[in-house]
Design a protein around this ligand. Structure first.
Ligand code: GRF
Length: 193
């Protein structure tokens, strides 16, 4: 069975959606490990509540950097847990070698825009500020760039007139929660286990 490792820095609503899809019989997979760079992140509490092994990624006091040694340790933890596919779900640090090399084309990310438009933080705010008529959600394979890499699944959504960034984000998250499990299932079925 497809074994997932999930990395997140925030509320973990996408992790929850993946878990719900598994428990609901819509995604044939298991979550073996949840890791977060934020010790107090809700994603870790959700993992604990659901009996999923979880741990903190210690970034040696760096606010945004994901140090090489920490990436190596993260790769080791994921390998030891038997992870086939790593899913970034609101993980706020850039993944580079050696983690990328340990999981070549085996790391997915979800991003709340129609990439390549609006990469980076607060994509929903970027869309509202740019007065975009349309935005969406993208699931892509992670490469060494920021929100680049081959697209697995994308869904477009209209931006409503007068919509605030928060309102747009809330609507985007509903799409995220639906398409991330779908994309994991689709992409996961192409992986040799
Ligand atoms: C999501 O909107 C994701 O696309 C973005 O960060 C947010 C994480 O939300 N990169 P959650 O932690 O899954 O609730």
């Amino acid at each position: 069975m497809l074994t997932l490792g999930i990395l997140g820095s925030g509320s973990g609503s996408n992790m929850q959606a993946i878990l719900d899809a598994i428990n609901g019989g819509h995604l044939e997979a298991r979550i073996a490990l949840v890791l977060s760079d934020k010790p107090d992140a809700l994603i870790l509490q959700r993992a604990a509540k659901n009996g999923i092994p979880h741990a903190v990624i210690e970034c040696a006091g760096h606010r945004n950097k994901f140090p090489q040694t920490t990436q190596q340790e993260t790769a080791t933890k994921l390998k030891q847990a038997g992870v086939d596919l790593v899913c970034l779900a609101g993980f706020m640090r850039l993944v580079k070698a050696p983690l990328l090399d340990a999981f070549p084309s085996r790391i997915l990310n979800i991003h709340p825009s129609l990439l390549p438009a609006f990469p980076g933080v607060a994509a929903w705010e970027q869309a509202v500020n740019a007065k975009a008529k349309e935005t969406g959600v993208t699931v892509h394979i992670v490469d060494s760039g920021m929100d680049t890499g081959p697209i697995v699944l994308q869904e477009a959504m209209k931006v409503n007139a007068g919509e605030t960034a928060d309102q747009l984000h809330a609507r985007l998250q509903i799409v995220e929660h639906r398409i991330y499990p779908l994309a994991i299932g689709q992409y996961g079925s192409t992986i040799d286990l």
